[in-house]
Design a protein around this ligand. Structure first.
Ligand SMILES: Cc1cc2nc3c(=O)[nH]c(=O)nc-3n(C[C@H](O)[C@H](O)[C@H](O)COP(=O)(O)OP(=O)(O)OC[C@H]3O[C@@H](n4cnc5c(N)ncnc54)[C@H](O)[C@@H]3O)c2cc1C
Length: 366
């Protein structure tokens, strides 16, 4: 017990964001309890499972320090290392780019993050759903409650802190995916156009089989259901489906404020997904490290919690701004008829398209 509180910090959600907050806050001496509704954390799978390698992350987010300390992805969590990305218009003729990415075993990846946090002293309470937060008290569905000086909402897109204490809305795109058996080569594929209106589709090859799925913006879908789009896209690939999953991705980029009093949001709950490429795992971890470090400094020497927002802006502000801009530009572009889109994916535009997907300025003015 710390003072009259059960814990210094309670983190709601032990996904990539929450476990990373817990790891760094606990490493700085805080007494941290992570509460997660799932058991085991990370199941069932809700992910495309692609993350950039640490070298790609250094290129993608050049202002983020010390990537190798943050991303310690164990080999056991990597299903395949891919060296090429294909950006595919409706014609199916891809633009090809060198890209080093890890197609993960996401469940093993999240388990490894839990272990890292535990090694640093964080405690976990699983199979425990947080129903609400009042003041410094976190209430569980099973009737128990816990208090903490600082409460972190890392519960993803339905996080209870975000739901009850923030009024900013985010665009969420619904997503469906499958795991399919078979051989799918080495390149990861992102598909754009009418097969996934307002979103994108993917095929990420694993050591055996692939993770295949898509997300759409319903307002772009002309009354057709996500199921129908998913069925059409997935049926282009041949293989036995071994798993079906679904989820939701926040696609408005990071929200305006992450801190309210002693409440902090991290990861999907704070919109920390790069909308131009759907990267959320690594970005949640970048936010999680900053939040965890600032929390431990707050407890040790009174550093203001909103220092977390300042450091986030310094490390990720430019990348997030460019990604939001590219997503808005893409949303307009991908409303074009397929023939026009096919024509726009060419050797001359190749560099601009890559810059958009990798969150850099597309042109000198935007
Ligand atoms: C289908 C799909 C495919 C994706 N593909 C990719 C991809 O290929 N690459 C990539 O980088 N990103 C991808 N993403 C995004 C990525 O999964 C998220 O950005 C990332 O998981 C965010 O981490 P998080 O810790 O914020 O949230 P989550 O991983 O969602 O973790 C939240 C945790 O909080 C717990 N929780 C929620 N509410 C409560 C509650 N009330 N009480 C207790 N516990 C609670 C949940 O059980 C969960 O464990 C994908 C997302 C989806 C849905």
């Amino acid at each position: 017990m710390t003072d009259s509180f059960h814990h210094d910090v309670i983190v709601i959600g032990g996904g990539p964001a929450g476990s990373t907050v817990a790891r760094y806050a606990a490493a700085g001496g805080a007494d941290v309890l992570v509460i997660d509704g799932r058991d085991p954390i990370g199941t069932p799978l809700q992910c495309g499972e692609l993350v950039p390698s640490n070298d790609e992350m250094r290129r993608l987010c050049p202002d983020v320090p010390d990537m190798d300390d943050l991303f310690k992805t164990p080999q056991s969590a990597v299903s395949r290392i891919s060296t090429e990305m294909h950006l595919v218009p409706p014609s199916g003729n891809p633009l090809k780019f060198p890209f080093e990415g890890y197609v993960l075993n996401r469940v093993a990846h999240d388990e490894a993050l839990v272990e890292l946090a535990k090694e640093n002293g964080a405690k976990y309470l699983v199979d425990s759903h947080v129903s609400r937060v009042e003041g410094e008290t976190v209430y569980l569905r099973n009737g128990s409650s816990y208090t903490a000086k600082i409460i972190v909402g890392a519960g993803g897109h339905n996080d209870p802190l975000r739901r009850d204490f923030w009024d900013e809305s985010s665009t969420k795109i619904p997503v469906k995916f499958v795991l399919m058996d078979g051989e799918f080569g080495d390149a990861v594929e992102l598909h754009f156009g009418s097969m996934a209106p307002g979103g994108y589709a993917w095929m990420f090859p694993k050591s055996s089989g692939a993770n295949i799925g898509l997300g759409i913006q319903r307002s772009f879908a002309k009354g057709r259901s996500l199921n129908k789009y998913a069925e059409d896209f997935i049926s282009k690939y041949e293989g036995e489906v071994s798993f079906r999953g679904a989820g939701s991705l926040p696609m408005s980029g990071s929200i305006r404020t992450f801190v309210k009093g002693n409440y902090l949001l991290v990861g999907d709950s704070a919109g920390m997904v790069l909308p131009s490429n759907g990267a959320g795992i690594t970005i949640a971890m970048i936010g999680g490290r900053i939040a965890g470090q600032v929390i431990s400094e707050n407890l040790q020497n009174g550093t203001a919690l909103d220092e977390y927002e300042k450091r986030w802006k310094k490390q990720m502000g430019k990348v997030m701004r460019n990604s939001k801009r590219a997503f808005r530009f893409g949303s307009l572009m991908f409303r074009l008829p397929n023939w026009m889109l096919n024509a726009l994916f060419n050797r001359l535009t190749k560099g601009i398209i890559w810059r958009a997907v990798t969150c850099r300025r597309m042109f000198w003015i935007i």
